[in-house]
Design a protein around this ligand. Structure first.
Ligand code: URA
Length: 434
């Protein structure tokens, strides 16, 4: 078999066999297939799609490209959550410590920034020393003895996803239902989670732009989960505006810390409590969502969730003093408010414009070897439906220099719209698919 023939077959819109997919994925994981062929294949998949059977075969091939953890006997039941990618989405940093502090073990395999969306690994690495590159044994040890672990794809776990993910980020091949579904589900299967809450983002700042696409992706992931004997719930959530206020790596970590202390933005806190509640139900820590909600709220109120986050940072080599004193995070050279040029009700705070601008400011990558700047980003002060006065701070930019500030200011303002009549706030969630 040759990689080029598999690329040509997909280019010509034919269905790949399980053997062909396995050959390609294993070649990719072992670095036997060069980046240019993987990129060409990913573009062919993006343009021509995959059948559900191909997507399932791709998911299993990626999951099996490394070890697949069997956690039976290690923890009673492990749950996990995964977002399909959004702007300002730091939910993992809050929901997972909350759930773990309620006695439900969480082993999370996260990703880096992808396209205009941020990645949990990049965010958590704002904390000096935090190590996301864990071996299989380290992952299992932390899960068993500490109840919470946050890692990236490694040489051991879903290595093919690590390779493909980094290439998709910089080759315009992110927005593909089969590639997203297989990327998300392969990591969840390899990580051994029995219960999985999928946070499927819908809107301008998501890869799924409308509810129909989000439903299609959700149904596919739920079906793949079922085939692999996992319990999966998909929550379709809004991503037309950023989640919470902070966009950018260390800014988001600070917001997550505030939220764990009970002083985070209302929309983000609500979002995290909902995700955590679904995880607690899947993990059989609560009989229903109302009971789970009370448990999750208590974990914020008592400080147990925050303590669990501190422990996570400490266990993975991070400098806990940054959690205790978030003012220690390096501050970008230019930090300045941008004032509202008009009075009115906000009818648009465009997540895509804000996400793309944050990447341009240095919070994401243009090439896969690019280093990211953890300090830059945006703090959004109001949301759709809020009334703003002309001259009131609309957002604060944390920029690396004056040129970046000015470019970002203009670009982000172009994503705002004001209305003289009242606008409804955007919903947080649209529907649940299980
Ligand atoms: N999250 C992932 O892990 N993969 C994707 O492709 C998108 C979001």
């Amino acid at each position: 078999m040759r990689a080029v023939d598999i690329i040509i077959k997909k280019r010509d819109k034919h269905e790949l066999t399980a053997e062909e997919i396995k050959f390609f994925v294993n070649g990719m994981a072992r670095n036997e297939i060069p980046d240019y062929q993987v990129s060409a294949w990913a573009m062919a998949v993006l343009l021509n799609g995959m059948t559900d059977q191909e997507t399932t075969d791709l998911t299993l091939a990626i999951a099996n490209s490394g070890e697949v953890l069997d956690l039976t006997g290690i923890v009673p039941i492990e749950v996990d959550k995964h977002s399909t990618g959004g702007v300002g989405d730091k939910t993992t940093l809050v929901a997972e410590p909350l759930v773990a502090s309620c006695g439900l073990p969480v082993g999370k395999m996260s990703g880096r920034g992808l396209g205009f969306t941020g990645g949990t690994l990049d965010k958590i690495e704002s904390i000096p020393g935090f190590n996301v590159n864990l071996t299989q044994n380290e992952f299992i040890r932390l899960l068993k003895y500490e109840g919470l672990v946050l890692a990236g794809q490694s040489g051991d776990l879903a290595p093919a996803d690590g390779k493909l993910y980094a290439l998709r980020d910089v080759t315009g091949t992110v927005q593909s239902i089969p590639l997203i579904a297989s990327s998300v589900m392969s990591k969840k299967i390899a990580g051994g989670a029995r219960g999985i809450v999928l946070d499927v983002k819908v809107g301008t700042g998501a890869f799924m732009k409308n509810l129909e696409e989000a439903r299609q992706l959700s149904r596919l992931m739920v079906a793949i989960g079922k085939l692999s004997n996992r319990r999966v719930v998909a929550l379709l959530s809004d991503m037309n505006q950023p989640l919470g206020k902070a966009v950018g790596n260390s800014l988001e970590v600070k917001e997550a810390i505030d939220t764990l202390k009970g002083v985070g933005p209302a929309d983000f806190t609500e979002h995290c409590l909902t995700v955590a509640s679904h995880m607690l139900v899947l993990g059989e820590k609560a009989g229903d969502l109302d009971a789970a909600r009370i448990i999750a709220e208590n974990a914020i109120r008592s400080g147990a969730g925050f303590e669990q986050f501190r422990k996570l940072v400490k266990n993975q080599g991070g400098d806990v003093s940054y959690v205790d004193h978030p003012e220690k995070f390096p501050v970008a050279p230019v930090v300045r408010d941008v004032l509202s040029p008009e009075s009115g009700y906000l009818s648009r705070v465009d997540a895509l414009t804000i996400g793309e601008t944050s990447v341009e400011m240095g919070a994401g990558r243009a090439k896969k070897e690019d280093l990211i700047d953890h300090s830059v980003g945006i703090i959004v002060h109001q949301k759709v439906g809020d009334f703003v006065e002309k001259g009131q701070p609309l957002f604060t930019l944390h920029a690396k220099d004056e040129i970046s500030f000015e470019t970002a200011r203009q670009r982000i303002l172009s994503g705002y719209a004001w209305s003289s009549s009242k606008c409804e706030p955007l919903p947080l969630f649209y529907e649940v698919i299980q």
